[in-house]
Design a protein around this ligand. Sequence first.
Ligand code: GCB
Length: 589
Amino acid sequence: MRRLLSVIGVFLLTVLPLMSSTLAGGRDCRPLNGRWNYIVDPMDTGIYKYHMTLQKPHKRFFADRHFYQDKTKLVEYDFDRAPELSVPGDWNTQSERLYLYEGTIWYRTVVDFQKVAGRRWFLHFGAVNYQCMVGLNNVILGTHKGGFTPFEFEVTDVLQEGPNSLVVWVNNTRGVSEVPTQNFDWWNYGGITRDVTLISVPEVFIKDWRMRFDGREASFDVSLDGGTGSVTVEIPELGIKKKACAGRDGVAHFKLKVSPEPWSPDNPRLYDIILSSGVDRIEDRIGFRTVRVEGEDILLNGKPVFLKGVALHDETIGTNPGRCKNKEDVKALLEAAKDLGCNFLRLAHYPHSEQMVRLAEEMGFLLWEEIPCYWNIDWSSEETYANAENQLLEMIGRDYNRAAVIIWSVANETPHTRERLSFLGRLIARTREEDPSRLVSAAMEKKLTNPQHAVVEDELISLTDIISINQYIGWYNGTPADCDSLVWSIPSGKPLVISEFGGGALYGNHGSDKELFTEEYLALLYRKNLEMLGKLPSLRGLCPWCLKDFRSPKRPLTGIQDDFNRKGLIDEQGRRKQAFFVVRDYYSK
Ligand code: GCB
């Protein structure tokens, strides 16, 4: 593995993917989704041979050679005869033998292509977990690390007329210096988990655009690539059509006076926007809203808002749940959250798909997005920091123009050490530099100085806009009845959001409210917690943990967990536990 990572390191130095941006949004993209052939390669044969014995290229899986076309040559693989996996899709839930697999899988598809003069082409991946190396027609385009954010490579000079071989080495091995690290409470779904698309743009094209709204003025920064020129921004419903020239840096700046209906959960108003430059054209939808903190209040469009939230993983509802693959998958989750009465979602613990964010915006959810700096990562490593920062910037780059997103969160439940403070302090500063218009937080923890006293104390609080606390009174700490007498000490002056609370129950498991994992126990836990939390003066938001039972290898209790974290308000099939109705009643008041 070490050797392999160093191979990747060499590639990383030479070929980096284009910084993720809004390139894919609002354009006609040709999907390359479908059934791709795959080879399971736990020994990394396809890459080691490539690295160690360049004289024997028949071992290079990137070469996509075929034994069955000429059996006089020794070629010990043939994608044409290999089984298939759906892309997008995690591999774990597509084949029983891959359920627990962590390691390398090679993917191959054939892309038919006709050149069009004056066009450039980009190969875009929505997400690949955890790292990958991409080859097109035996040319290594580059590598990417981080399982939940998009990236792309320009392929204009590599694409050929006719069939093209696209081979992707994917590896989901956990690592102590990776982000997330080796230990986390969700399924390590491997594979090409989100859409793959081929994007066609003209020679000079809009590479990125970013909009900020301060309540009266909308500022746009539109970046061109491949040359310079003028850019036009149109928002027909607001009567706006403005042109500006890109400066030497390739960026055109606009400051437009607008008076839109503000976007909010009650009125998730979106406007058509058209950006054009020469023959390039992007059509998208945007919302206008402001968000800021004033004392202990969160102000949305200048008015205090209470975040009626729920936290969720990017995992489908169904009898064999896996990573969400399409709009229908995320819609089912969002509808469950709507029925719960939510206006806010914590997309835990890593960036969810762009489809999720866009649909949530249309449906009127405020969003918390986060990167997987989860529990105890390698705080002292510069490489780990660079990886975390890259994931952060790719997340912000993708969703910068989404009005729904109000909070960027940099971490979850991290230990109080000097190294962690410095690491997260840097990440927070970088977040603010990249996007000064949103709130920044990190999910922190309370400590119990004795069973009756919960204290919130963390140096990180001085750096965040919100005090976000995960707490499990009645589950990991004491019993639900402890909520009646617990005294809280929480710093004042900032809004408090309980970013997690809850416990486990198996749907349909009924019994006494003293018996763990019964629906009755969980319902009581929620009643008691809501009663207690509702009295905290600075409380401005709640996020039960969590919406749906999700797969986790850390949950092996036979007959109850069976590889599921049972803290959902609904089970993996969408069936509502009693606790769902407790939370729903609370939110409806
Ligand atoms: C937590 C973590 C979350 C876990 C949850 C649990 O504090 O943030 O990722 O899944 O507790 O169920 O223990």
